[in-house]
Each structure stands twice: as C-alpha cells, then as structure tokens.
Design a protein around this ligand. Structure first.
Ligand SMILES: O=C([C@H](O)CO)[C@H](O)[C@H](O)COP(=O)(O)O
Length: 209
C-alpha cells in the first residue's frame, strides 16, 4: 500500500489539529471529515494546511452539485484533494476535475450510496478522478451484517486506483493492503483510540509490512 490517510471526524479544528500533530509522523493524507468541514468551514481547511504544509490535506466535501465551484472553494482554501459523490452526475465530477487541473490538485470520487461501486469507480477514473474511495459510511457500517470485506473484494476487482474507507482498523489493514488499494483510510481506529499516535504507528507498520 502506498499511503495511509487519517479521517478526522471531530467537530472542532483545534482538537483536529491536536490529533493530527500526534499522528502526523505516520500519516500521508490528513482528511477533514464532512462533519468537521460543516462545523468549521473553509477556515478549518486553511488552518489545517497552514499547520501541516508538507502533508496532503483532503477536504471531504462529498460534493453533490456545483462540482467546479465547490472544488475551487476547497482548493482555494488549501486542500490538495476534494471528494465528490460518485452517486452524482458525470458533469459534477467533470466540473470538479476541471478545477483540480487548474489548481494542480486532485478529485477523489466517493462511492457512498452507489450500488455498483466497481463500475462507477471505473467511470470516475475515466472522467479524470485521481482515485476513487470505495467507501461505506458510518451509517452503512452500523447496519447489521456490514463487513469491510465487501470493499476489499471490490478493490481487488476494480482495476483502477482506489482507497478503502469504512471501518478500516488493525484487524483489516493487511487485507486492505493485499487488495491492491493504494490508500487505506482510518478514522475511528485512530481518533477513537486511547493512544492515537500508537494506533497510527501500528497501522503504518501493518500497511507497509
Ligand atoms: O467519511 C467518513 C464518514 O462519511 C463521515 O465523515 C469517515 O471519515 C470514513 O468512513 C472513515 O472513517 P472510519 O469508518 O471511522 O474509519
């Protein structure tokens, strides 16, 4: 696996920066989760990028419309990546990709709510997305019978660059790596850990094992 991404689903940017400070040595991409962005806005993105100029910062906008406009907002605030929903129309993805090219940044297409994630991932890459996040969100994870294994199996079949997000932890990261995913995304496994730095270190070691 090439990279480890921490998804920060906290609501306060000071807490988020404090967490990122602890885990930064083990992390490649710092994600401001959707609730954090809704809480702190574009100023939160700017504060995070200013605190970590050498890290890639991902703004989890989950954009559903006005792709070019929202991507310009995220990149203008310092984000390196923006997420756009795969469930939305091709023109929204294409608009965000246009903005990304102008800024020298990247679009990540999030498969939340998409029925055929593999097919949509292939379409999103053809539209110019840098990679696709095969993602089961927090609500889907809470549904009975959910297992991250479904995403791992899809990553192995996708044939395009993907990350996996949706309950990735120390128990599953080995399989995530072997699936061919280029990025493992871990949220609760890090921010919910008693010792987030130790959790991130462990995930990093398992990710490159
Ligand atoms: O994107 C996420 C979710 O939609 C809330 O914003 C999570 O950050 C993502 O699912 C990763 O978090 P974990 O599932 O806790 O690893």
């Amino acid at each position: 696996m090439a990279k480890l991404q921490v998804a920060i689903d906290l609501l306060n940017i000071e807490d988020a920066i404090a967490l990122a400070t602890k885990v930064a040595p083990y992390i490649d991409i710092i994600e401001l989760g959707t609730p954090l962005i809704k809480s702190e806005g574009l100023a939160g993105i700017r504060k995070m990028k200013d605190a970590f100029p050498d890290k890639l910062v991902l703004a989890d906008f989950k954009t559903a419309d006005a792709g070019e406009l929202e991507a310009n907002m995220a990149f203008g605030a310092g984000a390196d990546y923006i997420t756009v929903l795969g469930a939305t129309g091709d023109s929204t993805i294409a608009g965000a990709v246009k903005a990304a090219k102008e800024h020298g940044k990247g679009v990540v297409v999030d498969t939340i709510g998409v029925r055929d994630r593999v097919k949509r991932a292939q379409e999103a890459i053809a539209l110019g997305a840098e990679f696709v996040e095969l993602h089961a969100g927090l609500d889907e994870q809470a549904e009975e019978g959910y297992s991250v294994q479904v995403l791992i199996d899809e990553a192995a079949r996708a044939g395009v660059p993907v990350s996996i997000a949706g309950g990735v932890n120390q128990g599953s990261i080995d399989a995530v790596r072997n699936s061919g995913a280029i990025i493992a995304v871990a949220g609760a496994a890090i921010y919910g850990a008693e010792d987030p730095a130790e959790a991130a270190k462990e995930l990093r070691e398992l990710a490159i094992a």
